[in-house]
Design a protein around this ligand. Sequence first.
Ligand SMILES: NC(=O)c1ccc[n+]([C@@H]2O[C@H](COP(=O)([O-])OP(=O)(O)OC[C@H]3O[C@@H](n4cnc5c(N)ncnc54)[C@H](O)[C@@H]3O)[C@@H](O)[C@H]2O)c1
Length: 385
Amino acid sequence: MNSFLVTEWTDTVTGAKGYLALDRVFDGVAGGGIRMKEGVSKEEVQRLAHTMTLKLMGLGMPIGGAKAGIDYPSNKADSKDVLYRFLEAHKPFLEQVWGASEDLGTTKEDIVRIVTQLGLESPVDAFLYRMDSSTKEVILNNLKESLSLNVDGVTITDLVTGLGVANSTLEALKSISLNPEEATVSIQGFGSVGASTAKYLNNAKVKIVSVSDVSGTLYNPEGLDVELLLKAKDEKGNINRSLIPENYIQSNRSDWLTYEVDVLIPAAIADAINDENESQIQAKLIVEGANIPVTIEAEKQLFDRGILVVPDFIANSAGAGFFGTILYKGIGPDAYKIFDYLSNQVSSTTEWILRKAKEENISPREAAVLFLDTNQVKINVAENV
Ligand SMILES: NC(=O)c1ccc[n+]([C@@H]2O[C@H](COP(=O)([O-])OP(=O)(O)OC[C@H]3O[C@@H](n4cnc5c(N)ncnc54)[C@H](O)[C@@H]3O)[C@@H](O)[C@H]2O)c1
């Protein structure tokens, strides 16, 4: 994987390794989260940074993709000190090139607290430093207010990715001429992405017949009561079984993909659909809510069986565009305007790639690469600095 730049850092206290990969730098900046997890490798960080570039390009954002990774268990007592030292060492990047956010094992609150201690105004100072002081002040306020917005008691950063996945699904249903009210869906995972995807599909009257979490699968061919499931889930996406109606069939967590449904939405783990379970799938569409939930081999087999897979870097990209919407599109602090912008972008990209895939008889992933190549010319990738 060729990144524009990768740093390698060693913590002087614990010996932990850390990396910052800037996949591309457009207009002087790149954006992406900080993952803290035992075993994170430089290659993983580079791959994730590249996916960020693809997501941001798909959303029409003039920002390169970045990702940081710290190979250290996030549940250790001193993990926040390790994060502090990593950010301290990368302060010059935070000041001028890299806009940081949370990812697995880190929180927005910790990152904001640490960068403030380091003398920065925000984790996205790099995006602001070329702006004149009055524009910067307006944008910073917009950003702070936007981060605290919530809809129905849920912060918008916890809703926006699932909203995009739901809109991508609705667009994909159009491409197979299926009315949302007649469509059935099964979702793996009921955390931030799975639950918000279910919420917005339910609003569009799509029938969610099956949902799984880490403990198992719930199934009701008549449709699950999504509002009830949203109330029964905790902040980690675990559904409290004592609140579940008796007529729901409860089974093993691997059963979610075996039901006869129109759409499968893997929104939990990587490699959830692979060459060992792909043959059990009866759906017409798979919309990737999680990152890399379908292996490349399984995706090829699904394509040969006529099952379309909408790639993750299109379907789940809305969350990646949250900062860009406020920083570059001047939108905010208004949850519905932010939602409108991002969901329209995800819908139109999904429509484009599925139409192109049909016209050229290629997979949606191949069509997405064509889309990004076209887009790349527009945002001038050659001006890497
Ligand atoms: N949160 C975001 O904005 C965002 C954006 C893009 C991609 N993603 C990716 O989407 C995926 C889910 O993210 P999230 O933020 O919703 O996570 P989360 O931790 O909020 O929820 C994960 C859910 O998956 C369930 N789960 C875990 N292992 C499972 C298994 N083996 N079978 C069935 N269910 C299982 C959990 O019980 C929980 O319901 C991850 O791959 C993440 O990297 C998240």
